[in-house]
Structures are given as structure tokens and as C-alpha cells.
Design a protein around this ligand. Structure first.
Ligand SMILES: [Zn+2]
Length: 301
């Protein structure tokens, strides 16, 4: 009798364990996985831009990175998320965007899969980028270094490919004919689409490249999320944002720039951020994520 009872108890325990294991596996398999987008906060007072899109399957897609002072913050994220950057998109040649990439290639063992970049040759930067030549050359040399040279891809306009289930489309590449505001106007423009959420990266797109985008890509510009060009001011035109019609804005904008504060208080500077903020309010934007608020991660369906 006693033995039957303990057998029964054992059987019940075994059955319960089997049911729990099946349930755990089932929940694990059916759990919806998301893509996550992280906007990095500025680690110095200066404007910068850095993002990582982490796919449902854990692939790391970096977009720019920031200034030299932003390297550790970016590096920490990469080490905490597997220590590898699978894809790195560099929008243009400026040090508030590409310094982290240069530092990571030169000074770390972080593995990099592919680098997407659309640059002109050294001579172009020597001729047009006054005051920015040194970093432009350093970036080009880094891209030509042994560690990454075989991984560099210079995409063509309208190139489309997939990273996991994210569709990537190159809507803008370098514009060598634009030599006014030269570096910014060469910004690569990238659209990421998960099927449920679309994200537009504008880099530091300016007025002339905005016009080009409107002329060439009007039907593709509509996106749920937009990275505000040139740190949220004096970048893309109002017409471009009207075509994007976003519901979420990502602002690579430090506090003083967000408030147009020259040091004397709110709206004492000559930057155009408040004007851009008013455009986006007019467009009915629901959420703003701002660099000044530190690292922010949002879930993308
Ligand atoms: Zn910039």
C-alpha cells in the first residue's frame, strides 16, 4: 500500500515535470521576438550621432557611432551584446559620426562583418572639406586598413538587400556635385523596414540633397520613424519631412541644441532647432527620443 502511494507520487511528479518542460519549450518558441533600436546619448557636450539596430536574431547593425568621447559608451554596448558588429553603416565623413568606428577598428578586437559607406576619393575631400580634411583622410585610411578593407561595400543608389527579416534600401549615396556644405550633403540615406515598422536614417542630409531625395525617391520616403537630419536643425527641408510623415522622431541632439541655448538660456542661440521642432509638431509627431536624455532603446515590431 505504502509502495503504491509513493509510486503514485513519483508518477505525478514525473508527469508534472514533463508538462512543465513542454510548456517552457512551447512558450519559448512562440514568444514574439522584437528588433531593438538604441540611440546613444552624447558623452561630451558636443553633438554626435550613434545608433544600433539589434535584430530579432541578435545581429548587430551599427549606424555611425559618434565622437572620440563616445567610444566607450558604444563599445560597452557592443561587448554586452556579443562583441561583434555584423553590419556598420557610416553616413558620412564627419568626426561626430565616424570617430567611434575609427577608434574601434584601430584599438579594439571587436569583429566587424561588413561596412557600408559611400565616400568620394581623398582628392575630393582635400579640395572641398576645409577644416575637415585630416579626419576625412584618417577615415579613408582606416577603411583601407587590413582589418576591414575586404569588408567595405560602397552601395549603389537603390540597392536593396535583407539582414534577417529587415529590408534595407539605400535611398541616397554621395553627391559629389554638391560642394557647398560638402560633407553633410554626401550623407548616405538608408531605409530599414521590418515589415511592420520603417525607419529612415538621414545622417546630416542638407537642403540640396533633400531636394534630390524628393526628386528621386518621393514614393519611398514615407516612414514611421525618422532620424532628424543634421542633429535636428539646418539639415533636411520641411518638404522632405512632410514626405516622410513620421510618427516618431529620433533627435541626435544635445541639450543646448535642443533648446537653442547659447549659454544664456532657452532660445538664445542662432540654431534652427525650435523651427524644426515646430515642423514636427505640425506634422503630428507623437514621440520624440532625444540624445540629451542618454542611451534610449525602443522596441520595433
Ligand atoms: Zn553631424
Amino acid at each position: 500500500m505504502k509502495k503504491t502511494k509513493s509510486n503514485l507520487l513519483l508518477m505525478t511528479l514525473i508527469i508534472l515535470t514533463i508538462i512543465s518542460v513542454i510548456l517552457i519549450i512551447y512558450l519559448g518558441l512562440t514568444e514574439e521576438k522584437y528588433n531593438y533600436l538604441t540611440q546613444f546619448g552624447n558623452q561630451s557636450s558636443t553633438q554626435m550621432m550613434g545608433y544600433v539596430l539589434k535584430t530579432r536574431n541578435g545581429k548587430i547593425i551599427a549606424i555611425d557611432g559618434g565622437r572620440p568621447e563616445d567610444t566607450n559608451n558604444f563599445k560597452d554596448y557592443i561587448y554586452e551584446n556579443g562583441g561583434k558588429v555584423d553590419y556598420w553603416f557610416l553616413t558620412h565623413n564627419h568626426n561626430d559620426h565616424a570617430s567611434v568606428f575609427v577608434n574601434i577598428v584601430k584599438n579594439t578586437n571587436i569583429e566587424i562583418g561588413k561596412v557600408y559607406v559611400s565616400l568620394n576619393d581623398k582628392e575630393w575631400y582635400m579640395e572641398n572639406e576645409w577644416g575637415r580634411q585630416d579626419f576625412s583622410i584618417e577615415l579613408i585610411d582606416t577603411l583601407n586598413s587590413d582589418k576591414v578593407k575586404d569588408k567595405v561595400v560602397s552601395p549603389k543608389l537603390n540597392d536593396t538587400f535583407e539582414i534577417d527579416d529587415i529590408k534595407v534600401e539605400i535611398l541616397g549615396i554621395r553627391n559629389p556635385e554638391i560642394t557647398e556644405n560638402p560633407g553633410n550633403e554626401q550623407s548616405m540615406v538608408i531605409k530599414f523596414d521590418t515589415g511592420k515598422t520603417s525607419l529612415l536614417i538621414l545622417g546630416d542630409t542638407g537642403e540640396k540633397s533633400s531636394k534630390k531625395l524628393l526628386a528621386n525617391q518621393k514614393d519611398k520616403l514615407k516612414c514611421d520613424i525618422v532620424q532628424m537630419a543634421h542633429h535636428g536643425q539646418a539639415g533636411a527641408t520641411k518638404e522632405l519631412y512632410q514626405a516622410v510623415k513620421p510618427s516618431i522622431c529620433l533627435w541626435p541632439t544635445p541639450e543646448w541644441l535642443w533648446n537653442n541655448d547659447s549659454g544664456e538660456g532657452y532660445n538664445t542661440g542662432s540654431w534652427k532647432t525650435l523651427e524644426t521642432r515646430a515642423w514636427m509638431e505640425e506634422l503630428g509627431v507623437k514621440e520624440n527620443y532625444i540624445e540629451k536624455d542618454g542611451n534610449i532603446t525602443i522596441k520595433l515590431k
